[in-house]
Design a protein around this ligand. Sequence first.
Ligand SMILES: Nc1nc2c(ncn2[C@@H]2O[C@H](COP(=O)(O)OP(=O)(O)OP(=O)(O)O)[C@@H](O)[C@H]2O)c(=O)[nH]1
Ligand SMILES: [Mg+2]
Length: 445
Amino acid sequence: MAFESLGQKIQETMRKLKGKGKLSEKDVDAALREVRLALLEADVNFKVARKFIKNVRERVVGEEVSASLTPGQQVVKVVQEELTELMGGENQGIDFSSSPPTVIMLAGLQGSGKTTACAKLARHFSSKGRHPLMVAADVYRPAAIDQLQQMGDRMDVPVTVMDASPEDIARAGYSEAKRNKKDTVIIDTAGRLHIDEDMMEELKRLAGALEIHEILLVVDAMTGQDAVNVAEQFSEDLDISGIILTKLDGDTRGGAALSVRDVTGRPIKFVGTGEGIDDLEAFHPDRMASRILGMGDVMTLIEKAESKVDTEGAREMERKLREDEFTLDDFLEQLEQVQDMGPLDQLMGMIPGMGQKMPAGEIDESELLRTKAIIQSMTREERENPDIVKRSRRRRISQGSGTRVQDVNRLLKQYKQTRDMIKQLTRGGGGKMPRRLGKMQFPPF
Ligand SMILES: Nc1nc2c(ncn2[C@@H]2O[C@H](COP(=O)(O)OP(=O)(O)OP(=O)(O)O)[C@@H](O)[C@H]2O)c(=O)[nH]1
Ligand SMILES: [Mg+2]
């Protein structure tokens, strides 16, 4: 999972801080030095890392500690907020035009994931009730056109294909969209191995050929600082409105995600998290910061559940969460749905307290089976109110399920963390789930 090593290191540093009753400036500096090193190791641009540490330090030393937090928790809170700020603060979506169609052009180097992103965006917009059309303006490789057309066929999204110049194809796509009442046009363009004049000229010509509302730059997170350099160069020549950071599912260290906004001034709007057509997420800096800090990302989990699972069930789950009726059975059901949703390791990182315990590659179905066995070895009452499970019962349950007492303890802890997290999220929300994790009052650990 992306950010794994960075997350582990920062979390370890924060744990040490939290163990202390009082923090001296020396403690803070020592901790921040470790965080800085972790950032650099994660391939974060050194200027960005320096500025980040400076901001955190100023606030930690300068701000009064809130009465409800320990000094260590206060530091965690500041780090969470500053990470969020660093990645752009609020989520920024597409700025749809009031007179459709909205035209979105993709740009980026060869292999960065443009064509894939084009299809993923079309899917994403369709799922939001929009009517996309894709334009195959990569005229150099017939295979690229086939690729797009196949994906369009599968999703029932029209693709404009023509034997003409990229500008003419784009204009034709626009007319076709207008004619057929398609409200969102996504243009796939050709990439080169390196930034060169030809490519830039072609992109500029294309951008000048029709009114384009958004130019999204597609960059490959796996390439670390290179991705950031590429983004910087592109944004000098083109009026980039946002970034799609792809391949965040691999073992990317995270540097690009943390630096690219600060270096280019352009927001990350979406992230690619796999090769599948559904592996695209709107980028929420606050949620990403929480994930890095091991605080989980319940909101993305719920959204994924809503888009994949029948909405009825998801709504019921949300109600239960809200009304504090979230039982272990629900927890299990959620885990099972999670299993249907995609690679377990990605999703585990979104469950509070779960991510760090599961190094990538070691997550297997047996963990889920074990969890299931434990829950099924409990009485109905225990499942509905796990707080009543006392020590002697834990041993029984572990025997009954063929697991260890530690496994039972851990499961109960994970369940409680998830429940508490949700409680904090929903507290004072007037019955509605707040949109942002950033509003959380306490770090949940
Ligand atoms: N793991 C992973 N793979 C991705 C992601 N996005 C794209 N890919 C893969 O990256 C490879 C290149 O993707 P394309 O969409 O063809 O890239 P492109 O930018 O269109 O490349 P050119 O058209 O050659 O310039 C493909 O094998 C994709 O499956 C992602 O988010 N995660
Ligand atoms: Mg392509």
